[in-house]
Ligand binder design. Structure first.
Ligand code: SAH
Length: 353
């Protein structure tokens, strides 16, 4: 595309997608179109406030401008292919992308709000041995608007309870899709767009050290989670191939050096795998490794899936592991899974690849 708006092109079809753009960029785009200065604010309200999917419904925008915009840009829409509801109310949605691929997003009910687990990639190339997403082919990064629209869609379809927390714990490794994810986060944070508060957005990573350091430098104040899952390099090399590139010492050094907002803590996720990383020695080593890092530990009992090579430890074993951490002064809640009966729990997402 040439002419006004050319620098915003980001999708197939050659048109800029508004959910790819920061509110300021929507304004610049509309300025380049020669539209009235207040149009962008109106359109942003329609897109994020009322979750509009067409310019046609934007009734306070003139007919000419609606027709003009419909030819020059896209709003960004995903197709809801399947909506599953688990016995505990957790929902898993299968979303269709324009190239025929699919991703999943999970919605978890809290007391008066929702936590949404969003995907950052179709598939994943990190190869973690205990994760279902990793057992499927890695296809592609999601674009910013495909991430943003997951949240807009949830707010559109569930109207009386707002999505207030967003966790990048769905399919894929968010820091392997750094640019698109960070842009999506900025759109989520912006009061003119999704207006989610910074502490309520969490990026979870398997440990891409350079990107983790870079994320720290962005000073966004969002929450950061690191999937640790092992206490020795030998163990972690086996479970998470990324460890061969960025071993534990490097990862933990980056965590120690991460500039955290006051009172903010890193969350370490630790998937408990029977007979693999669930011993009391592991718990003691974990307590020692994390010493001095402002953090908490989320213990995630392994969630099985068809063909998974690991098992979940007994409840007794899990509680004993937790006790060692608690005695060392760590907050270490056990994250009993949500939505397991529809394969919506941590590490169970697969789209329909
Ligand atoms: N790639 C990112 C985002 C995914 S978050 C990351 O690794 O952090 C998904 C979380 O679920 C991770 O903490 C991962 O360690 C955990 N997980 C993966 N497979 C699991 C399984 N089968 N059971 C329980 N947790 C699992």
């Amino acid at each position: 595309m040439e002419g006004p708006g050319a620098e915003f092109v980001s999708s197939s079809g050659g048109l800029p997608v508004l959910k790819d753009l920061l509110p300021q960029e929507v304004k610049e785009l509309f300025d380049s179109f020669g539209l009235k200065t207040y149009r962008s604010a109106q359109v942003l309200k329609w897109i994020y406030g009322r979750k509009a999917l067409s310019f046609e419904e934007m009734t306070d925008v003139s007919k000419e401008d609606r027709a003009f915009l419909a030819q020059r840009c896209l709003i960004g829409e995903l197709e809801l292919l399947r909506r599953q509801v688990a016995s505990d109310g957790t929902e898993k949605w299968l979303l269709g992308l324009e190239d025929g691929l699919t991703v999943e997003t999970v919605i978890i009910w809290e007391e008066d709000h929702l936590t949404q687990c969003v995907s950052a990639q179709v598939g994943c190339s990190m190869g973690c041995k205990f994760c279902r997403t990793a057992s499927l082919p890695a296809r592609r990064n999601l674009r910013t608007w495909e991430i943003v629209e997951q949240v807009v869609m949830a707010r559109r379809l569930i109207q009386n309870t707002p999505v207030r927390n967003v966790v990048f714990m769905g399919m894929g490794e968010p820091l392997a899709n750094y640019e698109a994810v960070l842009r999506a986060v900025r759109i989520m944070l912006d009061p003119r767009a999704l207006d989610i508060s910074k502490r309520r957005i969490t990026i979870s990573t398997c440990g891409l050290v350079p990107e983790l350091r870079r994320l720290g430098q962005e000073s966004l104040g969002i929450s950061i989670a690191v999937s640790l899952n092992a206490t020795t390099d030998e163990q972690r090399n086996f479970l998470m191939p990324i460890n061969r590139k960025y071993p534990l010492s490097e990862l933990l050094r980056a965590c120690r050096e991460l500039p955290l907002a006051p009172r903010n803590r890193i969350t370490f996720e630790y998937v408990l795998l029977k007979g693999v990383n669930d011993s009391l020695e592991d718990a003691k080593r974990l307590a020692k490794l994390l010493r001095g890092i402002p953090c908490k530990v989320n213990l995630i009992p392994h969630n099985p899936y068809p063909g998974s090579p690991f098992e979940r430890p007994s409840e007794e074993k899990i509680v004993a592991f937790q006790r060692v951490l608690a005695e060392s002064g760590y907050t270490a809640p056990i994250r009993w899974s949500h939505g397991e009966d529809i394969l919506a729990a941590c590490g169970q997402l697969a789209g329909d690849i």
